[in-house]
Design a protein around this ligand. Structure first.
Ligand code: ZN
Length: 76
């Protein structure tokens, strides 16, 4: 596999992955990925992307419950 940015060689490793969601920030320190040994650009395989999306779906569901609990408590 070649890097789509610099055409360097991709090696199996891990890369951090983080993003901002509605109302919270989520990040993983070491997600399995292909990492360019030239520019360090990570490439996540569909398996990892699916797992991340699954985790985010759960997080969205749970944090929606958290947010509604919080708002109902703060109501007079
Ligand atoms: Zn590269």
């Amino acid at each position: 596999m070649k890097c789509m940015h610099c055409k360097g060689r991709m090696v199996r490793g891990t890369a951090p992955f983080g993003l901002n969601r509605n109302g919270y920030h989520v990040s993983w320190d070491a997600v399995p990925a292909w990492v360019c040994n030239q520019c360090g650009e990570p490439f996540f395989e569909s398996r990892e992307v699916e797992l991340i999306q699954k985790a985010l779906t759960e997080l969205d569901r749970e944090s929606a419950a958290l947010a509604s609990t919080g708002s109902s408590v703060s109501k007079p």
